[in-house]
Design a protein around this ligand. Structure first.
Ligand code: ZN
Ligand code: ZN
Length: 217
């Protein structure tokens, strides 16, 4: 049997060489039951075809082998859950080593999709005032951390404070959007805590600048 398989029996019209029948795919439609082109030739043709039109090939694959797509997706999902900790640890290492690559890629992505990102952002922020307020608190926390200020507070703390003063600027009494003002400015060592916070409108906050003025009483 082995000797039969290795005998040179069929001529490949593509690479123009004699090969064993085991080097040809089966094809019932042909008189001898084998493809005219040998396996390596067919593989090469397939590779070229895929390289020339990758999207269409992928699309056809999805149509032809929906089961295959599902199982491969399922397979990778299963793998992920089985190796979750290891994967996440590896990923963290990779990310810490490739920070510059990651940030560069993010910048590139933003540049490439700037229009849709702007649209998405503006919709997201304009439709969601709470989110905007939360962002304000998170930003202020980041700012305070940079200045090494002590203390922290949550969005709820801030919202309660604004509500207590009727969403009014403590300086001019204007009602509306408030900014987070540090009574003793961070640059003068004031903490980033509720005891050092008052709501001021934007213009009052900027005219107060780095002076220490307590409008609460
Ligand atoms: Zn061939
Ligand atoms: Zn004001």
């Amino acid at each position: 049997m082995q000797s039969q398989c290795t005998t040179v029996e069929k001529f490949c019209v593509c690479c123009r060489s004699w090969k064993s029948h085991t080097d040809f795919h089966r094809n019932k439609a042909r008189s001898d039951g084998f493809h005219a082109h040998c396996k390596p030739c067919r593989c090469e043709q397939e590779r070229v075809r895929r390289a020339e039109n990758p999207d269409k090939c992928r699309e056809l694959d999805r149509l032809r082998y929906p089961a295959r797509a599902e199982t491969s997706k399922q397979r990778s999902r299963n793998w992920y859950y089985a190796n979750k900790q290891q994967y996440q640890a590896q990923r963290a290492i990779w990310r810490s080593k490739n920070k510059s690559v990651i940030s560069l890629k993010a910048k590139l992505f933003r540049l490439q999709h700037i229009e849709s990102i702007r649209k998405y952002d503006s919709q997201r922020w304009s439709n969601n005032p709470v989110r905007r307020e939360r962002h304000k608190v998170v930003n202020s926390r980041r700012h305070a951390a940079k200045k090494n200020a002590d203390g922290t507070f949550t969005y709820n703390d801030w919202a309660t404070l604004c509500k207590r003063y009727g969403n009014k600027c403590l300086c001019c009494g204007k009602v509306g959007k408030m900014t987070i003002d540090h009574i003793v400015p961070l640059v003068h060592g004031g903490p980033h805590s509720m005891s050092n916070i008052q709501p001021l409108c934007k213009s009052c906050n900027s005219s107060k600048n780095d002076k220490t003025i307590d409008y609460r009483y």
